[in-house]
Design a protein around this ligand. Structure first.
Ligand code: GDP
Length: 443
């Protein structure tokens, strides 16, 4: 889980406050000492930690909180608000030019995930109806150009390149001209990274900037490198001036130091986060939702958006009809599993449900997606007839299905039983809903 260590400590500390009827000043101070340690351990910048804790303390020992009937909840609310504010309060969007194409320059050190992110960003914008062009200026990292071409090919987004013998400034210039000529409305420049920040790198980027006058310079940093990433952001911002940050590899970041400090240190917002290696795993960064996730309040809005982006609505509506008519079959079940799989690994999905991320009992359950694969294999081993009329699946058929799917008869039995129960439950829900609708309102 992202920010697991920090989330667990904060939730423990604040959970203790919640159970107290009244809070003394000492209670708050003790809790804040623990919050401070948790943040420092998460590799949050120490100045940022100090300011944060002072602010929460000042607000939390106020009269309103102390005299409140639920002072613990009040403190959690304050921590939530201050965490949100630390990360920039609102979601920062890309500045699109009123005169296309919008030029977005991606900068960053080698290995931060720049090239992957160029593809992800192109994909994200394409889904919003834009026509992006990717321009390959990373002439230093071996294979970066080829990588961008592969990514572009996968996403069906054109890639402009001139090999690695031409200067990045020239490629960027010609890339932009090509974008204009070919009617693209967003031009994403994948600039060259280096292993470390050096003068040559900055000069080159400054040249590209003055030549292209990009509408948006986004710095790509690796969140797993914690304060190093924040230092990189500070240097790039001083030398080049950036408009925002894309934090990659947040999916593997158990600490959260970079995400929590970068805005406070550089004054530049995190605009997007990378949540995995796949090209659809880039998400806009919402400070409020992130704060809620850290405090174990889940991220229902995020989950809904994920579902909307990945689930085929027509199919969902069709399915609803079938459930109502009690025609739900294993064919539909298989379809459903495909849709659920599109949401990403199950444990990531569960994390977004309030209380689930930190639920201890869930930690011991193996939510690897093998279970889904197994169920799929069982259903796929059924004939069409069997999928549509499971009641015909007798003993010998069960044996055959088990063999075909590489599972056991017990496993097949279990699935058949679960399926029957699910069907019954669905019918119940559908009937209940009908009842509500007839009654006019839900009393
Ligand atoms: P570049 O040198 O900055 O262009 O870096 P690349 O785009 O080649 O990325 C470096 C590595 O990080 C690759 O293996 C990517 O798959 C991986 N990567 C990039 N973004 C993410 C992310 O958000 N999550 C994870 N888990 N891996 C990522």
């Amino acid at each position: 889980m992202i920010f697991e260590g920090l989330a667990e400590k904060l939730q423990n500390t604040l959970g203790k406050l919640k159970s107290k009827g009244k809070l003394s000043e000492k209670d708050v101070k003790d809790a804040m000492r623990e919050v401070k340690l948790a943040l420092l351990e998460a590799d949050v910048n120490f100045k940022v930690v100090k300011q944060f804790v002072d602010k929460v303390k000042e607000r939390a020992v106020g009269q309103e909180v102390m005299e409140s009937l639920t002072p613990g909840q009040h403190v959690i609310k304050i921590v939530n608000e201050e965490l949100t504010s630390l990360m920039g309060d609102v979601q920062s969007k890309i500045n699109f030019s009123s005169k296309p194409p919008t030029v977005i320059m991606l900068v960053g050190l080698q290995g931060a995930g720049k090239t992957t992110t160029a593809g992800k960003l192109g994909n994200y914008l394409k889904k919003q109806g834009k026509k992006p062009l990717l321009v390959a200026c990373d002439v230093y990292r071996p294979a970066a150009i080829k990588q961008l071409k592969v990514v572009g090919g996968q996403l069906d987004i054109p890639v402009f390149e001139m090999g690695d013998k031409v200067s990045p400034v020239e490629i960027a210039k010609q890339g932009l001209a090509h974008g204009v000529d070919s009617g693209r409305d967003v031009v994403i420049i994948d600039t060259a990274g280096r292993l470390h920040i050096d003068e040559q790198l900055m000069d080159e980027l400054v040249n590209i900037k003055s030549e292209l006058r990009p509408h948006e310079i986004l710095l790509v940093i690796d969140s797993m490198t914690g304060q190093d990433a924040v230092n990189v952001a500070e240097s790039f911002n001083e030398a080049l001036g950036i408009d925002g940050v894309i934090l990659t590899k947040l999916d593997g970041d158990t600490r959260g130091g970079a995400a929590l400090s970068v805005k406070a240190v550089t004054q530049k917002p995190v605009k997007f986060v990378g949540m995995g290696e796949k090209l659809n795993e880039l998400e806009p960064f919402y400070p409020d939702r992130m704060a809620s996730r850290i405090l174990g309040m889940g991220d229902i809005l995020g989950l809904i958006e994920k579902a909307q982006a990945n689930i085929d609505e027509n199919k969902a509506r069709e399915l609803e009809q079938r459930i109502r008519k009690q025609q739900f079959t294993f064919e539909d079940f298989l379809d459903q599993l495909e849709q659920v799989k599109k949401l990403g690994p199950l444990n990531k999905v569960l994390e977004m449900i309030p209380g689930m991320g930190s639920a201890k009992q869930l930690k011991d359950i193996d939510f690897d997606d093998k279970e889904i694969v197994k169920i799929q294999a069982i259903i796929q081993s059924m004939t069409r007839d069997e999928r549509n009329n499971p009641e015909i699946i007798n003993g010998s058929r069960r044996k055959r299905i088990a063999k075909g799917s590489g599972t056991s008869v017990q496993e097949v039995n279990r699935l058949l039983k679960q399926f029957e129960q699910t069907k019954k439950m669905m019918k119940k829900f559908a009937d209940m809903e009908k009842g509500f609708k007839k009654g006019g309102n839900m009393k």
